[in-house]
Design a protein around this ligand. Structure first.
Ligand code: NAD
Ligand code: DAU
Length: 337
């Protein structure tokens, strides 16, 4: 089995390649990745795969990378909600370009080549804010941020290739993911790395927003099983069953690191901030999926990884790009807090 993993140098994609190496050693893996600010070849350290640097929006790069592949797992995306809200046209445009147009380019090539499975990795954010209850796969898509809307657009493009051309598309919608190699712009790694350096932890609004959290290797497992055992044309929620308030998580991180709770700073909220996401994931349980990691153990393991791998995250955080992003996103907020 030869598989293409787009976005494989990012956070979840590289954890997916790690899981495949352990659980499906017979698979040959090709990674196609543009190496944006979020992609790093180092994330694939100690793994054997063929690496192609290229853009999923570029038909030639896609054609080269997809050669001989039977399954395509599309992880490539602009993935950070805050960046989609920053009001910078180049940035916001990149979400539509990669998360919608890129899916079209991949589907076209997959159709031409007759691939056996096309797995579109999507997100629980496509359901929008869920005040109560749990999202099921048949719920309407009601995305509210430019990121979530782009991901919903990508899903619909992929679905149209199933309906119109019979491309065997399977969609996964995953919860908030955490673990090793997560770019330190996201809640958990941002708070852990700030706390290690005794910097303030910028919690948006009242911190009472809730998410369902899943460890990266569990999310990767759900995606692999959906690809292997799922039914073409269907979507599968991949949840962790760990609903937590942001406030609780940040407090837990400080406790694990032995740092004072006074580092928490309530700052101006994210625009249009969804208060809650929650998934019903009974459908994928029917494919044999169950999370293998408890939230508490996985958080401890993740915090320990960031303590050990300071080489990895300091190289990112000390860079001019990250410093510029951090200043634009947080300087004023922290000053006003
Ligand atoms: P990430 O930002 O860490 O990684 C994205 C990767 O895609 C990077 O390696 C980047 O270089 C690559 N990439 C970006 N644009 C590209 C392009 N045009 N062509 C080729 N490569 C490109 O993201 P992540 O958190 O690992 O998310 C992976 C996927 O999972 C995304 O599709 C995201 O929407 C989805 N998802 C993420 C979460 C989460 O909590 N992080 C939850 C559910 C779903
Ligand atoms: O739900 C799945 C989604 O989870 C994925 O599709 C996205 O790719 C991924 O980025 C993530 O989106 P969120 O916006 O939920 O994740 P983030 O880590 O940015 O934020 C998690 C929560 O923490 C959210 O309610 C906002 C809050 N937050 C985040 C940051 C970065 C803060 O309070 N302060 C912060 O500095």
């Amino acid at each position: 089995m030869k598989i293409l993993v787009t976005g494989g140098a990012g956070f979840i994609g590289s954890n997916f390649v790690r899981l495949v190496a352990a659980e499906r050693p017979e698979f040959r893996v090709v990674v196609l990745d543009k190496l944006t600010y979020a992609g790093r070849v180092q994330n694939l350290e100690n793994l054997s795969c063929e690496f192609v640097e290229g853009d999923i929006c570029d038909p030639q790069a896609v054609s080269r990378a997809m050669e001989g592949c039977e399954m395509v797992f599309n992880f490539a995306a602009e993935s950070h909600v805050d960046r989609s809200l920053m009001g910078d046209p180049d940035l916001a445009g990149a979400f539509v370009q990669t998360d919608v147009y890129g899916v079209y380019v991949l589907c076209e090539e997959a159709k031409k080549r007759g691939v056996e499975r096309f797995i579109q990795v999507s997100t629980d954010e496509v359901y929008g804010d869920v005040e109560s209850g749990y999202s099921v796969e048949s719920d309407p898509l009601a995305p509210r941020s430019p990121y979530a809307a782009s991901k919903a657009g990508g899903e619909l493009i992929a679905r149209s290739y199933f309906v119109s051309h019979g491309l065997p598309v399977i969609t996964t919608r995953g919860s908030n993911t955490f673990g090793p190699y997560q770019f330190p712009e996201k809640l958990i790694p941002l708070m852990v790395t700030n706390a290690i350096d005794d910097k303030p932890l910028p919690l948006y609004g009242d911190g009472m927003q809730r998410r369902d959290w899943i460890f990266a290797l569990d999310h990767a497992l759900g995606i692999l099983l959906a690809g292997e055992r799922g039914k073409p044309g269907e979507a599968y929620n991949v949840g962790g069953g760990n609903e937590r308030y942001n406030k609780e998580i940040v407090a837990q991180i400080l406790q694990l690191l032995g740092k004072p709770q006074s580092l928490i700073k309530h700052v101006e909220d994210r625009a249009g901030h969804d208060r809650r996401y929650a998934l019903n994931f009974e459908k994928i349980k029917g494919l044999g999926y169950a999370p293998r990691h408890s939230f508490e153990d996985a958080l401890r393991e993740t915090v320990a990884w960031f303590q050990e791998r300071q080489d990895w995250w300091r190289a990112i955080r000390d860079g001019a790009d990250y410093q510029d992003f951090y200043r634009r996103q947080y300087a004023q907020r922290l000053q006003n807090a």
